[in-house]
Each structure stands twice: as structure tokens, then as C-alpha cells.
Write a protein that binds this ligand. Sequence first.
Ligand SMILES: NC(=O)C1=CN([C@@H]2O[C@H](COP(=O)(O)OP(=O)(O)OC[C@H]3O[C@@H](n4cnc5c(N)ncnc54)[C@H](O)[C@@H]3O)[C@@H](O)[C@H]2O)C=CC1
Ligand SMILES: CC(C)CC(=O)C(=O)O
Length: 365
Amino acid sequence: MKLFSYMEKYDYEQVVICQDQLSGLKAIIAIHDTTLGPALGGTRMWNYQSEEEALEDALRLAKGMTYKNAAAGLNLGGGKTVIIGDPRTDKNEEMFRAFGRYIQGLNGRYITAEDVGTTVEDMDTIHEETDYVTGISPAFGASGNPSPVTAYGVYVGMKAAAKEAFGSDQLSGKTVAVQGVGNVAYHLCKHLHEEGAQLIVTDINREAVKRAVNEFGAKAVDIDDIYQVDCDIFAPCALGAVINDQTIPQLKAKVIAGAANNQLKEDRHGNVVHEMGILYVPDYVINAGGVINVADELNGYNRERAMKKVEGIYQNVAKVFEISNRDAIPTYQAADRMAEERIARLRRSRRQFLQQEHHILSRRD
Ligand SMILES: NC(=O)C1=CN([C@@H]2O[C@H](COP(=O)(O)OP(=O)(O)OC[C@H]3O[C@@H](n4cnc5c(N)ncnc54)[C@H](O)[C@@H]3O)[C@@H](O)[C@H]2O)C=CC1
Ligand SMILES: CC(C)CC(=O)C(=O)O
């Protein structure tokens, strides 16, 4: 990848490469856009096959956070970190403390949280070195694990999609095919089961599948079969890029609504599903519950207030459909339009000089 050309093309602000030999830390912090405020986005730990792959992931995920935070109405920009390593074997305290010092060095331009491969405990370790970390333990008056809240947001967003596609937001009697039943999707399945939806699940982790089968009466299918099952809603909750040339022809669902980031392999796949009459709920709009929840820490965490905001995902998803219908554009374009217009409006309105800019963290207890 030609890094500077790529950064220029999508207007990235900064990429920080962090290396600490003693602990084995190899991390990339990507900051996409801080027009709305400091960049907030999680830290993903993953066994990347190459540094190139890690860099690309960091960049893509950081840009996604700019759009997610803007669309969710947060006064936050977009950033993300990837740590190269196997989260099962390569973690140690010194690594997360070294990483915390790198974050501290950015002096509030970037605030982190959990993502795939990192936990509340890891965030607590980072917190030993910096205040610019969220999703830390409730013992600190903070919000803890964001996954159940992300799941709740996906659930309410899925209801808004059902209303648009089927005329009612009731999910009882609907069949939902869930790809990956990890931290988020376990809780999503719970909500769906409680409302009376039928579940079809798959995961590379057999224990995760077994739990969904035992607790929610889910039907298990093989990894490759999840795209072609008879269902009303397909919920990608594992990986990115799963809506692609190979999978789209297999889909029987009328709706795609799930937690995974970057579900469309390329933008054009959003056009293809739109033309096929499949309602795609833009990932960063429906999976914003986690970031809305951790962002509330910056105001002194209040669970009730955070959950109220997360419920707003229903209206936000409905607004995307409204724009899509009004402007006759695919839903992913409608969501981008919503986010980009908010950033542009605020960029214009904040031109006035302020001697000392208000800093969002100043409101934290
Ligand atoms: N945790 C959160 O609050 C948020 C998560 N997300 C996104 O949601 C997705 C899921 O996140 P988590 O539940 O936290 O991660 P997780 O790692 O707990 O769950 C992912 C699950 O997918 C399974 N999986 C991996 N490859 C698979 C494959 N090829 N086929 C089927 N299953 C496979 C894994 O075994 C795991 O059980 C990720 O894309 C993440 O970026 C987005 C916003 C917030
Ligand atoms: C998990 C979150 C707290 C933030 C994030 O990185 C995301 O929404 O993808």
C-alpha cells in the first residue's frame, strides 16, 4: 500500500506505529477525522498474516468509526487501533501498559475501548497509564463490557428494519440467521429468542454454537451454509467483507442486519443488494450501541441515559431508510450522506475562533 496516497485519498489525519520490544507490542493507531471531537474507537487484537493486512484493517476501521460516531450524533471523531498478535497467547500486562503510554502521548486526540480480541481487563490495564480509555470496569464508575449494549442496539435496529421490510417491527415468528455467536451475537440471540424469533446459527467455535443451541433452541448449520439458509433476516456478527460476489447470490434473506463492522466487501455490493430488493442496514448505524455506551463515560457514566441513547438506533435506522427512499439511493449511501452532512455542517459552524476549546473529557468525574 502507498500509505500517503491512501491517506490523502480518504483524508486520514494520522497513523501512529507503536513498537515495544520488551513486551512485544506492535500496534497501529489510525486517526481518520477529528472534526467532531477526539477520535474514539476500539483496540482490536488479531493474528494478522502481515503488517500490510494490519495497516489496512486499522485504516478501514478508523474511517468506519468517523462515520459511526457522526451518524450516532456523538461529538467524536473516528479512530481505531490494531495490535498484531494472538489474543489467546500473546497478551501481557507490560504490552497494554506500553500501549497506554502511547495513547497518553496523543494527549486526548485518540480515546480507546474494547474491540475483537480485547477485554475490560485489558482496558483496565491501559487505564493504569492513561485516562483516554473507556469501557473500563464498573468499579471505576465506568461502563464495562460494551458487547451487550451493542447487541441491544442491533436488536432495536433490526426491529426498525423489520418494520420497513415486513410492515411490522415484531420479530416473533421471524427466522434470523446469525453468523458468529460471540460476545455481541450471544446477547442478540437472547433478545431475539425472548421475542419469539427462530434462530439459525453458525460459528467456528463449537462451544459458542452449543450454547446458542442449548439456551435458545437455535438450529446449527455449517460455516459455509449460513448464507443460503431459508430465513427472513441475515445477521453477520463475525467478520467483515461477508457481503460479496460469492455470498450475495446465495442469500434468501430480505434483510441484512448485524453487528459486524465493514460488512460490504466493496461499496458496489451495497448497490447489488439494493437492486435485488434486499434491505441492507448499514453496519455502522446499527452497531453503534457499544460506542454510544462507552462515550457516555466521558460525561460521567449513566447507564439509564446511555440505554436511552442506544434506543435511538431505531429512529436512526428508520432515518437512513427515509433518505434512501427519498433520494432513491442504496442504504449504505444514505447513511454515508447522513454522516458526511453532519460533519460538513459542524465543520462550517465551528469556524469561529475559541481561545480555549472545550474538551469533552473535562466533564468526566
Ligand atoms: N463488541 C462490540 O461491542 C462491537 C463489536 N462490533 C463488531 O461485531 C463483530 C462481533 O464482535 P464480538 O462479538 O465482540 O466479537 P467476538 O470475537 O466475541 O465474536 C465473533 C464470533 O465470530 C466467530 N467467527 C469468526 N470467524 C467466523 C466465521 N468464519 N464464521 C462464523 N463465525 C466466525 C468467532 O468464533 C466468534 O465467536 C465484530 O465484527 C466487531 O468488530 C461492532 C461494534 C461493537
Ligand atoms: C466497541 C466499541 C466500544 C467501539 C468500536 O470500536 C466499534 O464500535 O467498532
